[in-house]
Structure formats: C-alpha cells, structure tokens
Design a protein around this ligand. Structure first.
Ligand SMILES: Nc1ncnc2c1ncn2[C@@H]1O[C@H](COP(=O)(O)OP(=O)(O)OP(=O)(O)O)[C@@H](O)[C@H]1O
Ligand code: SF4
Ligand SMILES: [Mg+2]
Length: 328
C-alpha cells in the first residue's frame, strides 16, 4: 500500500506563518510532512483552527509555504512554472465545504461542471451537454439536472456537483475540505459512499479533511491528527479506535458520542480550551491539556516518530527516558 511509487503527492516539512497586525506571527502549519498515495484516502482531523485548510491550500498550490517542499510525482511543484505548473494543477483538485460559494449562481449546472474542461480545452461547447450528463450520472444525479441552476439543489446534491466538477479533469489527487460537515448524517453517509465508489473506479488519491474522527476512521486508510499546526499522530484508519497512542487522539476518541457506548463509564470531553495559535506553549503544544504531561514536555517539543510500522506519534511517552526518574 505505501510503496514509494504509489506516492503521488508529498508534503515535506511544510511550514506556514501569517504575519498579523502588531508584528504578531501566527503559525498555522509547522513542519508538516504528509503523503498522498494512489487509490488511498488520507484523513486529516483536528479541531477548528488547527491548520487543516491552510495545509490543504498549500498542497493544491493555492498558497505557498514559507518553508518545506511539495512534490507531485517526484517533481517539486514550488519550482515549476508556466504551462507545466498549470498542467500539474489539473491533477490536484480541491472541494470546499460549501462549493456553491465557488459556483456562479447564473450558470447552469452543465456549465459549472464543464467549466474546467472548457478552460483546459479538453471539450468544446458542443460536447458540453453529453459530458455534463456523463459526469452527473457518475455522481449519481439524473442527467436532467444539467439544465438546473445551483440554487435548485439540496446541500448534498451541491456537494455532488462539487465532486463532479473536481473529477471532470480526472485528477490524481482530490482534497475534500469539510465537505460533509454541513450535511445531515444520511447525506454524509451517501457522499462518503460515493467517494469510496469513485476511488474504486478511478484509483484517485483522496485527502479528507474533517473535525469528525468518528466518521473519517470508518473509511480512511490512514488518519493524520493535527493539533495547533502540528501533526501529532499518523495511524491506519482501522486502528484508530483500538491503537491510538497520542493523548490528544485518545481524548478525541473519548469525546465521541456513540449509541453503543457504555453509559456506566464517565463521559470524557476535552474540557480545557485549545490555546491560541498565537500563543502555542513551549515544548509539547498539547501540554496544557495533557494529563500525562511531565517536566520534559514543558521544554522539549516531541518529534513525530514511527513507533510501529506506519504508526507515527509525537509524544515524549514513546521515548525511553520519559519514565526514567528525573523527568517529573
Ligand atoms: N490568511 C490568513 N491570515 C491570517 N491568519 C490565517 C489566515 N488563514 C488562516 N489563518 C489562521 O491560521 C490558523 C489555521 O487556520 P485554518 O483555516 O487552516 O484552520 P482549520 O483547521 O481549517 O479550521 P476549521 O476547522 O475551522 O476550518 C487559524 O488560526 C486561522 O485563523
Ligand atoms: S509529549 Fe508530554 S504533554 Fe505532550 S502529549 Fe506527550 S505526554 Fe502529553
Ligand atoms: Mg478549515
């Protein structure tokens, strides 16, 4: 699964800081390294403001990192220009939480869906009707929707239009940023099933950004957990509930409300406030919320390290010295 040749998009040590008024610096992403593999879904999960969208925008080329590199099929996209850059962008598409914001309300759905194909001159206007129908059917909507306008649709249907438009160019990577968070549970399930089916058919690599760990662990091959701009754990999706190691991932899991949960157990939630990204604690960024925090956590930032195959954790507990006397 994780063979190097299946690695389509690689982010290496990517950092993004924003300069705010009063000379304040906000670190939105700090040394983030993530890989997107062919026919594979990477979930990126974390609370609001942890840097998920900033990372996604850099991964698709909408924003430049301050440092670090982004490789598409081994080529550093930050070094390519002109036509080569335009063509590489075609291969990495993004869908936003509310795609209708990106839709011109006066355009018919067929024009919205086919716009990227027209821009790249892959079809002409005469071919638009049949292509729009084909793409609508691909996302399980009736071909007759081609003549509709965006306001005539439900939220779930608009997301399908966003997916159809993103897939029109047959990209190798598609990054979905909170695309199900505004939908009800059944529409969420339908969109996730659609993405899984499309991935099976087209072997596309999917990045699925969400704050919903319960949802993403059900279908993502791998889940990266982000906290205040840092990746704190990377784990296989099907192991999250049984094998998560980082205290933050465990707290996210404990705060999932489950109909099958044992109500005799205390319901745990993350009670303390996430610190401002302008005021990230020294040492471990999670230390002010962590029950296992020790002296070393106050001064040394833990690095992300592989504790077992394909399972990475950034926590001093996985350093041998953590439990040796003198840490507290
Ligand atoms: N252009 C910008 N200028 C200044 N600060 C920014 C900018 N874009 C993002 N930020 C800040 O960077 C941090 C990360 O933002 P980002 O939108 O990436 O978070 P997120 O994880 O996607 O959050 P959400 O789940 O709410 O969408 C936030 O504190 C945000 O306010
Ligand atoms: S490094 Fe320390 S503070 Fe951070 S998560 Fe691990 S135990 Fe908690
Ligand atoms: Mg976001």
């Amino acid at each position: 699964m994780y063979e190097k040749e299946k690695r389509i998009l690689e982010a290496k040590h990517v950092t993004k800081r924003f300069q705010l008024s009063g000379n304040r610096i906000l670190t939105a992403c700090e040394d983030v390294s993530l890989n997107f593999y062919k026919n594979h879904t990477l979930g990126i999960v974390g609370e609001s403001g942890c840097g998920k969208s900033t990372f996604a925008r850099m991964a698709v080329g909408l924003e430049k990192p301050d440092s670090g590199e982004i490789f598409f099929r081994g080529r550093n996209v930050l070094e390519i220009k002109g036509e080569e850059l335009r063509l590489s962008r075609r291969n990495i598409q993004m869908i936003f939480q509310d795609p209708s914001e990106a839709f011109n309300p006066r355009m018919k759905l067929k024009e919205i869906i086919c716009e990227p194909l027209l821009n790249f001159r892959l079809i002409n206007r005469k071919q638009m009707d049949s292509k729009a129908r084909e793409l609508l059917e691909m996302v399980e909507l009736p071909g007759s929707f081609a003549e509709r306008f965006p306001h005539d649709m439900s939220g779930g249907q608009r997301q399908r239009i966003g997916i159809a438009r993103a897939l029109a160019l047959e990209p190798e990577v598609i990054i979905c940023d909170e695309i199900t968070s505004a939908l009800d549970v059944s529409a969420q399930k339908a969109i996730v099933e659609l993405l899984i089916n499309l991935q099976n058919k087209k072997q596309v690599s999917i990045g699925f950004i969400t704050h919903d760990l319960a949802l993403v662990q059900q279908f993502a091959h791998q889940v990266a957990v982000m906290y205040l701009g840092n990746i704190v754990e990377i784990i296989n999706g099907n192991e999250v509930s049984v094998n998560a190691r980082h205290p933050y991932t465990k707290e996210l899991l404990d705060s999932i409300f489950d109909v099958h949960m044992d109500f005799s157990k205390k319901i745990v939630s993350i009670e303390s406030e996430v610190p401002s990204p302008l005021n990230v604690p020294e040492g471990c960024p999670f230390r002010n919320r962590c029950n296992a925090c020790r002296k070393v956590c106050e001064t040394e930032k833990p690095v992300l390290k592989e504790i077992e195959p394909y399972h990475l954790v950034a926590c001093h507990q996985y350093n041998d010295s953590f439990y040796i006397g003198g840490c507290l």
